[in-house]
Design a binder for this molecule. Structure first.
Ligand code: ARG
Length: 487
């Protein structure tokens, strides 16, 4: 497009001629003024505004490359670059204003460049389409989002690890089906979340790798007749590689799906942690309480203290799961290459990233400040029924096949329940009446601390195992921090 053909600028002559609004980048082909309803309907500016800084950075790299291959003279490049730098400053200081006719951030930046640099602005879009431009901008944005998410994730992992270290040997009941099952330690329980969030770190790292490919130079879909130096642009923008197929490059949003999906699974983990906080801070459990600064009250019931933040972590996971579905639904069935449907990629991606980062930061503060009632947990862990399996394994150690041992102990459990007694109330004689394989030590199996010490199998809740897990947690946090630092 020659600079003369670019008639979207409100030049003095145009204003003198009374042009109602700036015309469009496609004005050579479509002469009728665009319907205002269509403009409102198709505009993405409210959403893609936040790509502004990346858009300018991409344009600056593109312009430098155009200069290097001789498409721009040094003077033209200087003028364009000065304009782009001014726009970057306007964007970061918040004074950048959009015009009614701006369709998206890309056309808004280009319009502003015309205002600042004059007709030479019309040379910037040489060898470029908004199709490869928007894909490039979004990849730059998403790559940085991965880094931000990894920073937030490392904070959450570290808070969980710190609390786990404080409660390495504090017994609590572990649950299956939300029924008391066996003794674990609070440290062990919290470290389960470090494992989950550790996997999220790997997924976010992989998502960032998926983003790390430069579409620019792919044009609308079929590259360019100009000798574009794509490697140079990739290097300048910090992309590890250039997209290998121009059609794939402009149509692909897999990186956005991968990042959104990584967010969704992270949010599912946040939701499960939120659910535990809700349960633990109920009177029924009484295992945890939030400091007043992190709790909320009721407008009606004066006594209420609620864990709304944990509930919102749980509730917002639903929206992020929806974001993945929304993105996949946009992509499903799209013929190659670019289709305007792809404009709908940004809202779900931005929402997923924003929600996940905010949730992780909130939960970091919550996990750092939540007060655990270790005495209440210990009382619950002292329930003798939690040792039923250990009693069966005591029989196994004395030569009874496990299935048989299970039946013997099950019958004792049923009898004591019927008699209103607990397993800890039985004498050695009573145990031996159930099976002569019981040894006198069976009556000493009910101490929850001893129960923890018995479970030092690798990966178990025993103190030595938890110490090993804490060492591993430190490597997980360090790995996440390295990934956040760009490693
Ligand atoms: N706002 C558009 C988007 O986000 C930019 C690309 C428009 N390209 C086009 N050929 N209409 O997808």
């Amino acid at each position: 497009m020659s600079s003369g053909a670019r008639n979207g600028v409100a030049t003095p002559e145009r204003r003198a001629r009374g042009a109602a609004r700036p015309t469009k980048v496609w004005a050579g082909r479509l002469s009728a003024p665009t319907s205002e309803q269509l403009e409102r309907y198709t505009s993405s500016l409210a959403v893609d505004r936040r790509l502004g800084a990346d858009d300018v950075a991409g344009s600056r790299a593109h312009a430098r490359m155009l200069r290097s291959i001789g498409v721009l003279t040094a003077a033209q490049h200087r003028a364009i670059d000065a304009g782009l730098r001014a726009i970057a400053a306007e964007l970061s200081s918040g004074v950048f204003t959009v015009s009614p006719g701006d369709e998206d951030i890309h056309t808004a930046v280009e319009r502003r460049l015309f205002e600042l640099a004059g007709p030479v602005a019309g040379m910037l879009h040489t060898g470029r389409s908004r199709n490869d431009q928007v894909a490039t901008d979004l990849r730059m944005w998403a790559r940085r989002a991965c880094t931000d998410l990894l920073v937030a994730l490392a904070g959450l992992q570290e808070a969980l690890m710190t609390r786990a270290g404080e409660h390495r040997t504090d017994p609590m009941p572990g649950y299956t089906h939300l029924q008391r099952a066996q003794v674990v330690s609070l440290g062990h329980h919290l470290l389960a979340y470090v494992e989950m969030f550790g996997r999220d770190g790997l997924r976010l790292g992989a998502a960032r790798l998926a983003c790390d490919e430069l579409p620019l130079g792919s044009g609308a879909l079929a590259g360019s007749t100009l000798p574009l130096d794509r490697e140079r642009v990739a290097h300048e923008l910090g992309f590890g590689r250039i997209a290998a197929n121009s059609m794939d490059a402009v149509a692909d949003r897999d990186f956005a799906v991968e990042l959104t999906a990584a967010c969704a699974l992270t949010m599912v983990h946040c939701s499960r942690l939120g659910e535990e906080l809700v349960l633990w801070s109920s009177a029924e459990f009484g295992f945890a309480s939030l400091p007043d600064s992190l709790a909320t009250g009721s407008s009606l019931m004066p006594q209420k203290k609620n864990a709304d933040v944990a509930e919102l972590a749980r509730g917002r996971s639903g929206r992020v799961i929806g974001d993945v579905v929304a993105l996949l639904s946009v992509l499903k069935g799209l013929p190659l290459t670019y289709n305007r449907d792809l404009q709908e990629d940004k809202e779900p991606l931005f929402d997923a990233v924003d929600t996940t980062a905010a949730t992780m930061r909130m939960l970091t503060e919550v996990m750092s400040a939540v007060r655990f009632d270790v005495a209440a947990m210990r009382r619950a862990a002292a329930d003798p029924a939690l040792q039923a399996t250990d009693i069966a394994e005591h029989l196994v150690a004395n030569g009874v096949p496990f299935r048989e041992a299970h039946t013997i102990v099950g019958a004792v459990v049923a009898r004591t329940l019927a008699e209103g007694r607990t397993l800890a109330d039985l004498s050695v004689e009573e145990w031996r009446a159930a099976s002569d394989r019981f040894r006198p030590g069976v009556v000493r199996l009910f101490d929850p601390d001893a129960a923890l010490r018995r479970r030092d199998v690798p990966g178990g809740p025993g103190p030595r195992s938890v110490t090993r897990q804490l060492a591993r947690a430190r490597t997980i946090v360090a790995r996440t921090r390295r990934a956040a630092a760009g490693g």
